[in-house]
Structure formats: C-alpha cells, structure tokens
Design a binder for this molecule. Structure first.
Ligand SMILES: NC(=O)C1=CN([C@@H]2O[C@H](COP(=O)(O)OP(=O)(O)OC[C@H]3O[C@@H](n4cnc5c(N)ncnc54)[C@H](OP(=O)(O)O)[C@@H]3O)[C@@H](O)[C@H]2O)C=CC1
Ligand SMILES: O=C(O)CCC(=O)C(=O)O
Ligand SMILES: [Mg+2]
Length: 741
C-alpha cells in the first residue's frame, strides 16, 4: 500500500446528489470528529476523477489527479481499512461521452471516447475508457460480503409515517415477461475447480466452423475450489423474444418496458439493450442497415445517441420520419420523462432494473406512458435467472393487494459479493461471439471445463465465485440468523447449474452447524412468495443470496417497506478485517441534481450516510480501541433516531426543508446527544457550547438555509462541479458556517 498516511476514516468523493450533500455534511463531520482527534479525509472516485486519472500524460501538472480508486483498492485489503463509500455513477456510454465533453470544455486535453477505434491511439484511449465505464468502482472496493438491512429506527418511522403505496387490482394487466429457453439461465454449465485444474491458469477459446482457434482470454488464475460457470444468451432467441413481446404488449394494450442493468453488467446488457432498440425499429434497421453502418449509427447507446447521429446523415429528416411512422405502429413505450419525450429505450442507464422494477411495484403495477398518464406495463426482463423474483412479486401483489408499511415485517439481506463474485465480476470474460463455432474453457491441466456451441452474435460469459468468499458468506448468514432469530432462506435454485455447485458448499456447512432443518433453501420464485407471505404477516426474514439478488432485493424490499432504499444500513465486512460502509442501497439520483440546479432544492436524504457513519465510528472504536469513536458513533445513532422521529428528513418540493436543513438538525441532535452522555465527560464538555449555540441560533440558521430556494444554481459543471460553487450552494447559512468552521 502507498506509504502516505491515511486519515482514520476515508470518505469517498463521488458524483451527483451524494456529492452535493457532502459539500454540506463533510464540514460538520470534520468539526465533530476533530473534537475527538479523529481524522476524516476524502478520496475521489467520481467519474470525472477517474477519467482524469486515466490520462496523466495529457494533463498539466496542475490538472493531474492521483488514481484514488487504485489506492482504495489496496486500502480495502488492509485490516485498518475504514471507508465510507457513497454511491457513484456507473457510467453508460452516453454518460461517459457527456463527462468527457464537459472536461474538455473545462480545458482538460483528454481524447474523445472512440465509438469505433481505428488508430493505435484510439484503441488505447478506448481501453482506458472501458476501464472507467460501467460499474468500475464497487467491484474493486467490495473485498467482503454484504450485510444490508433497514435499521429498526427506520422501520419504526415508516410504520408511524407510512409512504404512499399505489393500489394493486386483481385484474391489473401488468406482467413480467422472460425467455423460456436459450438464455443465460438455461444454457449455464458450472464446475468447481479441482486442485489439478487450478494448478495453471484457465483460458477461453473460440473455435470457428473452419477450425480456426482464437484465444479470447488466457492467464486467468483461480484457486482450487472456485466455482466457474459459463453460459450464453442466444442472439437469435433474444430477437425472437423481443418481437414476440412487442406483439404481446400491443395485444394486451399495455406499455412496453425493458428492465436491464446496463451499468453493472457493462458488457452484456448494453448489447441486450441494443437488440431491443433494433427490434423496436426493425423495418428502419432493415432498410438502412448499410447506411447506418457507414455513418456509425449503432443501437447500443439508445434512441438518444442514435437519433442525434441520424440527424447528421444527409437523409436524416427522412429517416426520422420513417422512425416516427414505425413507432406509431408499436405499443406505447414506458417513459422515463414523458414531458421531454424520453422513453425507456433512450439511454441504457435511465432504467436500471434494481430501482425500476420496485418503482413499478410500489406504484401498484403502473408506469408512465407517453401521454403522461399511468398505465399497466409489460415488464420485459430477457434472462430468466432472476425475472421470477419480479414475476412472483407482481403476482403476490395482484392476489393480496399492496404491502402495508404500517404492519409489514422486513427482509434483510446477506449477499455473496466479495472478490467479484458471480455475474457482477464477469465483464472481462464476456464476449459477443464474432462467428459461429464452439466456445471452450480449458483448465491449466488441459481439462475442458465448459463447451458451448454458439452462433455469431450470441453473448457468452464466464463467471466465478471463490471458495473463501463463499465460506465467509455462509458464516455471515449463520451469524445474522443467530443474532436475529429470523427465518433464514438461502435463495438458491437446485435446477440452476451454478446454484447446484454452490449448494455443495452450503449444505455441508449448515449440517456441520446443526442448522439443516432450521434454514430453508428455496429457488428465487418460491423464496419471493415465502418472503412476501412473511412480511405481509408482520414477520421478518433474512434473504441469503448471490450477488445479483443482493443488489435487486436490497432495493425491492426497502422501497416497498420504507419507501426508499436510501435509508439502508449497508455494511461490507472486509475479508482482511477492515470495514467498508456503503451509504444506502440506491444510487446517485440524477433527478435530484436537476432539481437543485433548477430550483435550488436538494431532496437527497443523507440517512444512509448517517447510518454508515455510526457504524464506521464504532468500527474505529472497537478496532483501534478509540473509546471516543464509540461515543461519537452511538451519539450519531441517537441523533438519527431523533431526526427521524421529529420529521426533519428532506422534503420533496422547493421551498420545503431540504438536505441542508436536515444536516442542521443532524448536527444539533448529535451535539446534544454528545453533550448529554456521561461516558466521556471531557468530550461532553467540549461539545456542550456548540450544542447550545446550534439551538440558540435555530431561527436564523433555518431562515438562512432557505434563502435562495426557487432560484437556479450554477455548479460550474455536472460531472466535475466546482468545489467552491458547490460549497456556496450547499452552505448558505453564515451563522451555521461560523459555528461549524
Ligand atoms: N452503490 C452505488 O454506487 C450505486 C450507484 N448507482 C448509480 O446511481 C445512478 C442512478 O441510478 P438509478 O437506478 O436511477 O437509482 P437511484 O437509486 O439513484 O434512483 C432511484 C430513486 O431512488 C430514490 N433515492 C435513492 N437514493 C435516495 C436518497 N439518498 N434520497 C432520496 N431519494 C433517493 C429516488 O426516488 P424517488 O424519486 O422516489 O424519491 C430516486 O429517484 C446511476 O448512475 C447508477 O449507476 C445506482 C445504484 C447503486
Ligand atoms: O455498482 C453499481 O453499478 C450499482 C451497485 C448497486 O446497485 C448496488 O450495490 O446496490
Ligand atoms: Mg442496487
């Protein structure tokens, strides 16, 4: 690891709403932690920062930024790691292109993103941008498994102040549609590496029909005991599926909505998305295939990028008219923003399955149509590995009505995530097949581990999960089960190749712990129905899942139970002993930035940050015997509970109290809790004057914080905002600033 001294707690600088919130919250944290001689510092893992760190040779000395992500990737492998990780942008191509353009406009001499690299320089630039693209941060930092749950204070608040839930009706036409064959689920094969197979590195080979062998990847080192899966999605089957779904949606009279994870699954899902774009506009693609290829018009970045490129073509207006004519015959698309005409197929990162499906379910099975009205929707989820979770959710709600947050129990999650486990680590070994042939995975000893007959265009991938993370995950599940006494379900499907291998670890471990009968093992569909049954009865359960379901369920259940996944406690117990504390389970909410820029209102809720801070401080206290850190951490929890019960979370509309107001209340309650505690009398005495002054100046501070709401704000950039402008916007109270600084 680098020998520079690191602060006690590392707070990440990210993007969009969480980054804006940090401009207001971090000075408060520095002040409070400083009273106990605890240091907190930032490391920049924002999209803009990661782009700039990739091109040092093109920047002036003043412009150069260190590669903080690489540093953090080392830090998390150290027992002393204590990192608070805010959500960051996992950039789709349109987002990456926009960020590059913005940075160029700010005077950074970085290359354009080469859509179609030709020269060696372009190939090199593309390689570096591909490393920045998609989910490039989380897999690097997640050197541990995931423990996510709604804190009891958050559940109590939701029970007392239930959020609005859309009503479900038994005759809702909303449904989930998925493939029946030839998808990732049905084509999967899986093996566990033996000692002999793990002795040398694996390689991935494609053999064409004429016998030509191409090595797509070699030198892949994996220890014995690693579960190695391979599978593919047939492009032909996918296209046929999309066309059938377009027909079905038209016949049903619903909206067409596609739900993928093009950010996290950065190689496969943009291709799946592109096939949907083509299917929707099939006659236009058939007619103009050659012209599109010549003009570099591709479907994978969505309608938005594609329509812009078509507008540059000599006959652009004509083609656009053809597109409009085809769209008029198609079923209406589910809209991201109907006022601005942004459809589900405009930008691959606008509709992300973990957030989008729960939103549909919370709304009673409704999406927004082009007319700005709510309507039932066909939720198209091509691969059938996890679609059954949403299908069972939709069916359960149709049958039983919407969940009642007042009486609902809770679903907690223990997720296998460490060391790039499963599908979420598969990007470097995912390929769009160039020509018909055979894909093979060959072990170091020559054993052929996987063989798949593939056709040109198929999407093939290899994924893996290592023994140590798997064993750690099973133990974490047992620990959580024993700590809570909740019904514990391993969401594993005996009929799926990967899960069957995983069960070879799970079942003996449970037997050894004497828990065979105490723990349930259920396929995702059955586990979903059972979990809904339990929470409808007010009971609690722990979902022990793989990496993808960790992601999906920690948005799905919180969004139904407590209205949002922002208020989740999200702990990553790093395998080397350190702690990574993620804030919330949701994302960075681009809509929130738009609202701040247009009307100076930030509705981002920092509750996830508060939860992470409390855990991080207690971790510091316990790991390094810093008693004051425990005192600070416990006071954070007390402040958070009071903030919730007094109703000081940010409100949604301009003119109402927002993120900044909630930070004032957080600081005040934190100071009051510290002043009132007796464990550390010296700390109490130091903070007491601040507590008093925060209370005395309440009226002035709240009024100063509200000034300027309703007006537009200049942040100097979207991806690379100016720190000074963000601070000016987010710290408008001179009275509060004087107390904090
Ligand atoms: N861990 C990470 O780093 C993650 C990063 N992301 C990134 O976030 C971006 C947006 O993703 P998307 O799928 O739209 O999901 P988001 O979770 O950002 O947005 C979905 C909705 O969740 C609500 N929400 C989430 N967090 C908060 C919060 N703290 N306070 C208030 N409301 C909140 C908002 O709902 P409402 O409008 O109903 O109030 C928001 O519109 C993408 O760039 C994605 O890559 C996404 C997930 C995790
Ligand atoms: O890394 C990402 O792109 C998203 C992560 C995510 O959604 C999650 O961990 O819940
Ligand atoms: Mg998620």
């Amino acid at each position: 690891m680098s020998d520079q001294t690191l602060p006690d707690i590392i707070y990440t600088k990210t993007d969009e709403a969480p980054q804006l919130a940090s401009a207001s919250l971090l000075p408060i944290l520095r002040r409070f932690l400083g009273e106990a001689d605890i240091t907190i510092g930032t490391k920049d893992i924002s999209l803009a920062g990661r782009i700039l760190a990739s091109f040092p040779e093109r920047l002036t000395d003043a412009q150069k930024v260190p590669d903080d992500l690489a540093l953090l990737g080392e830090v998390v492998k150290d027992a002393s790691a204590n990192v608070i990780k805010l959500p960051n942008v996992s950039a789709s191509v349109p987002q990456l292109v926009a960020a590059v353009k913005e940075l160029q406009g700010q005077g950074y001499d970085i290359p354009d993103y080469p859509e179609n690299p030709q020269t060696p320089d372009e190939v090199e630039a593309r390689k570096r941008y591909d490393a920045v693209k998609g989910s490039a941060v989380n897999p690097v930092l997640r050197e541990g498994n995931s423990d996510r749950r709604a804190p009891s204070s958050v559940k109590a608040y939701a029970r007392a102040n239930p959020h609005r839930m859309g009503a479900w009706s038994k005759d809702s036409k909303t449904c989930v549609s998925t493939m029946a064959a030839n998808d990732f689920y049905s084509n999967e094969t899986s093996v566990t590496l033996t000692d002999a197979q793990a002795e040398g590195p694996l390689k991935i080979e494609h053999t064409a029909a004429d016998g030509t062998v191409t090595t797509l990847k070699d030198g892949i080192k994996m220890p014995a005991g690693t579960i190695v899966d391979a599978t593919f999605m047939s492009a032909k089957a996918l296209k046929a599926f999309y066309h059938a779904q377009i027909e079905k949606t038209l016949a049903d009279g619903t909206l067409f909505s596609l739900h993928l994870k093009a950010t996290m699954m950065k190689v496969s899902d943009p291709i799946l998305f592109g096939h949907a774009v083509v299917a929707y506009l099939q006659p236009v693609f058939d007619r103009h295939a050659d012209a599109f290829a010549a003009a570099g018009v591709g479907p994978n970045a969505g309608f938005g990028t594609m329509f812009n490129a078509i507008a540059q073509m000599p006959n652009g207006a004509e083609i656009k008219a053809e597109i409009d004519a085809v769209l008029a015959e198609r079923p209406p698309l589910y809209m991201v923003n109907s006022d601005r005409g942004i459809t589900n197929l405009h930008v691959p990162s606008d509709v992300i399955i973990d957030a989008s499906m729960p939103a549909v379910i919370r709304a009673g099975g409704k999406g927004w149509g082009p007319d700005g009205a709510e309507a039932d929707t066909n939720c198209v989820i091509p691969d059938s590995s996890y679609a059954p979770v949403y299908e069972a959710s939709v069916n359960f709600c149709k049958e039983n009505g919407a969940l009642d947050p007042v009486t609902a129990g809770t679903v907690q999650n223990v997720g296998l995530m460490a060391q790039k486990a499963e599908e979420y680590g598969s990007h470097p070994t995912t390929f769009e097949i160039p020509q018909d042939g055979t894909m093979r995975v060959i072990a170091g000893n020559g054993d052929v581990l996987h063989t798949h007959a593939v056709e040109a265009g198929d999407i093939w991938r290899m994924a893996s999960a290592r023994r140590a993370p798997i064993e750690n995950w099973i133990q974490l599940a047992i620990d959580r089960m024993q700590a809570t006494g909740f019904e514990t379900i391993f969401w594993l499907d005996r009929n799926r190749a990967h899960d069957a291998e995983l069960l070879k670890y799970v079942e003996p471990a449970l037997a050894k712990a004497g828990l065979t009968d105490a723990v349930k093992i259920m396929a995702p569909r059955e586990a979903t129905s059972r979990s809904f049954e339990l929470i409808y009865q007010g009971k609690d359960t722990i979902a022990v899942t793989g990496n993808v379901l960790r992601d999906y369920l920690t948005d799905l259940f919180p969004i139904l139970e407590v209205g949002t996944s922002a208020k989740m406690l999200s702990v990553v117990k790093l395998m080397q002993g350190g702690g990574l504390f993620e804030t919330g389970a949701g994302g960075s909410a681009p809509k929130h930035v738009e609202q701040l820029v247009n009307e100076n209102h930030l509705r981002w809720d920092s509750l996830g940050e508060f939860c992470a801070l409390g855990e991080s401080l207690r971790f510091l206290g316990n790991a390094q015997n810093k008693a004051a850190a425990n005192v600070l951490g416990n006071a954070v929890d007390a402040a958070t509970e009071k903030l919730l019960s007094e109703g000081h979370s940010p409100q949604r509309k301009a003119g109402q109290p927002d993120n900044r107001h909630s930070h004032y209340w957080f600081a005040r309650y934190w100071a009051e809790a510290l002043a009132a505690q007796t464990t550390d009398a010296a700390l109490a005495a130091k903070i007491a004057p601040l507590a008093a002054e925060l209370a005395q100046n309440e009226t002035a501070i709240l009024s100063e914080l509200s000034q300027g709401q309703g007006h537009a704000v200049d942040l100097g950039g979207y991806y690379n905002t100016s720190d000074a402008l963000a601070a000016a916007a987010m710290r408008p109270s001179a009275t509060l600033n004087a107390l904090i600084d």
